[in-house]
Design a protein around this ligand. Sequence first.
Ligand code: IPE
Ligand code: IPE
Ligand code: MG
Length: 262
Amino acid sequence: MAPVKDLPETNSSLENGRLPRHVAIIMDGNGRWAQQRGLLRIKGHAAGVDAARTVIRLARNLGISYLTLFAFSEENWQRPAMEIKAIMGLLRRYLAQELREMQDNQIAFKAIGNLQQLPAAVQRDLAHTTEATAAGAKMVLTLALSYGGRSEIVQAVQALAQEIKAGRLQPGEIDATLFSRYLYTGDMPDPDLLIRTSGECRLSNFLLWQSAYTELYLTDTLWPDFREEEFIKALQSYQQRERRFGLTQEQIEALNASNSRH
Ligand code: IPE
Ligand code: IPE
Ligand code: MG
């Protein structure tokens, strides 16, 4: 993996600001990228894998702790069977090819979503990759597969209801913190920055609960064209944001001043 010093020049402009701890990305636009070139959609997905590899490496080198990539939604099951098959094939190949690099670079792999819906071979590969990279302590790389935010919330409600039924929990004990722990992302912080490529301005059922106070970065760039420079631009944009969490600007300034004193 390329060390940080080999990164493009623009990287130096990130040095003085705070990086997001958790970046989530809706990797959209593979089909249009292929169409523009007169190629089959699947060629766009293959190019999308290259973009994902580039962004994962850069996130790891920059020291981002959590990277969550939306790779396949629950709604995407409605796509043509051939396209789904091709995406699953690309995923399996990616996992096999990248395992060593993930291990060498201390990346812990995770998959979230309704994973039981995935083909058995994919489930096996995901479980193997997760196990084989569990010791990775530098970055958590999460792929959202067969993922839907509403389903995730519903399964959390079901699990909580079971706890209540079993007498292990009182309804009044449920608060936002406890609820968060029942989501697939229970052991991760909420995303600080959510990127969506290809010009669409919607969440498409991604991390609905977790994105309550996430900064959004929308770009017209199609996912296969989203490379180092684009990612750095998104991070620079994040660094220029002022996150207020419902407070006034004066309150935020006072908090920042007291944080910098401690
Ligand atoms: C995103 O690209 C990848 C998946 C949803 C699997 P698309 O395949 O949605 O590309 P567009 O939106 O059709 O261009
Ligand atoms: C969202 O993209 C899902 C992924 C990127 C995996 P879609 O292309 O499925 O979203 P819509 O249909 O445009 O909302
Ligand atoms: Mg799309």
